[in-house]
Design a protein around this ligand. Structure first.
Ligand SMILES: Nc1nc2c(ncn2[C@@H]2O[C@H](COP(=O)(O)OP(=O)(O)OP(=O)(O)O)[C@@H](O)[C@H]2O)c(=O)[nH]1
Ligand SMILES: [Mg+2]
Ligand SMILES: [Zn+2]
Length: 308
């Protein structure tokens, strides 16, 4: 029988079979060795073949993935962790404050997802909490990312702002919801799916950070069709082993002007006749995006991870 992995909890996998039933499965012992690079042989979103003949259901095979997104743990360079497979889009939830999400984190996420051909949508949540200055910052970032070519939605899970729009754009799609702990991912999913009661928790009072409330990745069926994947909050997003000439291809607004660079191996730092630098000077490329680009290049060159 074929099905889709909707939850993993260590050695057990919940698989939603094509007939709608959800079964708990183990995996074949030897599957653990299939891919040494990643920490998990079977991931959320994987389409699998399941043997349900005995009492014990076993995942026999993982079907080829259309895509997946990997996060490299910043502390363990060798451990690559597939966040999810077979995605239609990734929703990155950020907050200007409570907790603060840096553009460095946002841009690293976008670069990785873009490199894996996963369309990204940016959500700025908790708009009900923002003071004037924070709201201004949110609007400014919205402009920056719209101009770069991403869809941006301002949301409040608390006050039901932007939720209908989200429901609309998630319909019939498989969407991954990611972001720092405490930004409101599970709260938003609870709003999108009435009656659902995912665990949520207030921020830690002294530093306004999340408490890592969601501990397992879980794929949840949407009432109108499609699936949303709730994930544990992530702290940092290490850049994979990209070649430095690759990186500008994953900034859509840079990609668009690459043909203006005199040299086709241009890194866009101090080469003459650089299309990216002229687009930066004319304001077509935002400074924050370019600075984060430089920091990623630096990270690749020094092989050091940036903590944020
Ligand atoms: N004011 C306000 N609070 C919100 C909003 N969305 C979420 N919260 C609150 O933020 C806190 C954290 O929400 P969660 O949904 O647990 O956050 P999470 O992103 O799932 O966090 P992890 O599971 O730890 O990754 C809770 O106290 C929510 O009530 C919002 O739009 N406005
Ligand atoms: Mg959560
Ligand atoms: Zn250039």
């Amino acid at each position: 029988m074929q099905g889709r992995v909707v939850k993993t909890t260590g050695s057990w996998y919940s698989v939603r079979l094509d007939n709608g039933a959800v079964v708990s499965c183990r995996i074949k012992g030897k599957m653990r060795l299939i891919d040494r690079r990643t920490t998990n042989p079977v991931n959320i979103g994987d389409l699998v073949l399941v043997d349900t003949e005995d009492d014990d259901s076993v995942i026999k095979e993982v079907l080829p993935r259309t895509n997946y997104i990997i996060r490299q743990s910043a502390r363990h360079r060798t451990a690559e962790h597939i966040l999810a497979a077979n995605l239609d889009q990734a929703l990155l939830m950020s907050t200007i404050a409570m907790p603060r999400t840096s553009t460095g984190f946002i841009d690293r996420f976008l670069v990785t997802a873009t490199a894996y051909h996963i369309p990204c949508v940016l959500l700025f949540n908790k708009v009900d909490l923002y003071n004037d200055k924070e709201m201004q910052a949110a609007m400014q970032l919205k402009e920056v990312y719209l101009k770069a070519g991403f869809e941006v939605i301002l949301t409040s899970a608390e006050k039901n702002i932007g939720v209908a729009h989200l429901q609309e754009m998630m319909k019939d799609k498989i969407s991954l919801l990611s972001g720092h702990s405490g930004v409101g991912k599970s709260t938003l999913i609870n709003k999108v799916i009435p009656g659902l009661d995912l665990k949520t928790a207030e921020l830690t009072a002294f530093n306004q950070k999340g408490k890592h409330t969601t501990t397992y990745t879980e794929m949840i069926e949407l009432p109108g069709g499609g699936f949303i994947i709730d994930t544990p909050g992530i702290k940092e997003f290490g850049i994979l082993d990209f070649d430095e000439t690759e990186v500008s291809h994953y900034f859509p607004e840079m990609e668009r002007v690459l043909h203006d660079c005199r040299f086709n191996n241009c890194i866009h730092i101090n080469e003459p006749g650089c299309g990216v630098k002229s687009a930066l000077e004319s304001g077509q490329i935002a400074e924050s995006r370019y600075n984060n680009y430089l920091s990623i290049i630096d990270e690749i060159r020094t092989d050091e991870k940036i903590y944020d």
